[in-house]
Ligand binder design. Structure first.
Ligand SMILES: NC(=O)c1ccc[n+]([C@@H]2O[C@H](COP(=O)([O-])OP(=O)(O)OC[C@H]3O[C@@H](n4cnc5c(N)ncnc54)[C@H](OP(=O)(O)O)[C@@H]3O)[C@@H](O)[C@H]2O)c1
Length: 288
């Protein structure tokens, strides 16, 4: 039995959809905070259990019988993610789960300026110390979030950043499919695996790809931190979110998202999607 948390979300929802292409629904269960949000899986014969990392008493029964448990990482920047993940790992031990797979992030490290990267590294340590068999899926930065990072470049021809560095922008869909394949391979990977697209362009290089795709110049402007925060706030971004994202740019500049790994392409049996694919698709969709 494969049990999946976060299946009401995009990443693990897509992984479950891939699992159901080859597995009987009776071999899959999903754990949701609100079971109504997982009704589309129940309709396909998937058992829906209720569980919330914030309510540790809900978890051992939700995880019972899992040969493999795919644990989503918390998506709440305000939450104590590590405390939530600790509840989940402890429940997995109590439930006697065969293997935990955890959705981590490339650049998980104690000293990364990107806050979630520190939580991921600490969660991986919890897993390593738990006695469980575990795999940490260190996914590349979601490529679709470039839409946010690049801002209104299509109108202005400018990409404004507080720091620049390479990022292995990776399609969330590719990471989701790879997770399904790893689950189906049943324990083929121990510990952290890095799942990235094959290239890690800097923002300046992404701007050059954007310019090529759009057929117009796109320049990158690097502002100081305070100036960049003020720029984001004036563009309508809440200041706490801008400060949260600042850490991402500094982690990029520090090389935390720089590495690429051929494993994702090997698992998928095809080339992972690229930044150019991402920037081209919306143009095709809108007919520009
Ligand atoms: N690699 C990257 O660039 C990147 C970028 C952003 C996020 N992430 C991480 O990747 C994860 C998956 O991404 P996604 O796009 O699928 O996010 P998403 O669509 O926001 O889904 C997050 C899922 O986590 C569940 N969840 C949140 N808190 C929970 C809790 N306390 N107990 C149990 N389940 C909980 C949510 O349940 P509900 O439906 O009940 O809310 C939802 O199903 C995120 O959670 C985040 O940690 C990675």
């Amino acid at each position: 039995m494969i049990i999946v948390t976060g299946a009401t979300g995009a990443l693990n929802g897509s992984t479950v959809a891939h699992l159901l292409e080859t597995m009987p629904a009776s071999d899959v269960a999903v754990v949701a905070r609100d079971s109504a949000k997982a009704a589309h899986f129940a309709d396909r014969g998937v058992e829906v259990r209720t569980g919330d990392y914030a309510d540790p008493t809900s978890l051992p029964a939700a995880f019972a019988g899992a040969d493999q448990l795919l644990l989503v990482s918390s998506n709440d920047p305000q939450a104590d993610a590590l405390a939530l993940h600790r509840n989940a790992v402890e429940a997995a031990v109590e439930a006697g789960v065969g293997r935990v797979l955890y959705t981590s992030h490339q650049g998980a490290a104690r000293d990364t300026p990107f806050g979630p990267g520190r939580d991921h590294e600490a969660t991986e340590r919890l897993l390593a110390e738990s006695g469980l068999a575990w795999t940490s899926l260190r996914n590349g930065f979601y490529a679709h979030s470039l839409t946010w990072f690049l801002g209104d470049w299509r109108e202005t021809g400018v990409v404004t950043v507080p720091a620049d560095g390479p990022v292995s922008w990776t399609a969330r869909e590719d990471a989701a499919e790879a997770a399904a394949r790893i689950l189906l391979a049943d324990g083929a990977h121990d510990g952290p695996v890095t799942l990235t697209a094959p290239a890690a362009p800097t923002f300046a290089e992404v701007a050059a790809i954007a310019a090529d795709v759009a057929g117009r110049p796109v320049e990158t402007v690097v502002l100081g931190d305070d100036e960049w925060i003020a720029h984001q706030v004036s563009a309508g971004q809440p200041e706490p979110m801008a400060r949260f994202m600042l850490g991402m740019y500094h982690a990029a500049a520090g090389g935390f998202f720089a590495g690429t790994d051929p494993l994702l392409g090997e698992i998928l049996g095809r080339e992972p999607r690229s930044v150019r694919d991402l920037l081209t698709a919306p143009l095709e969709a809108t007919g520009h």
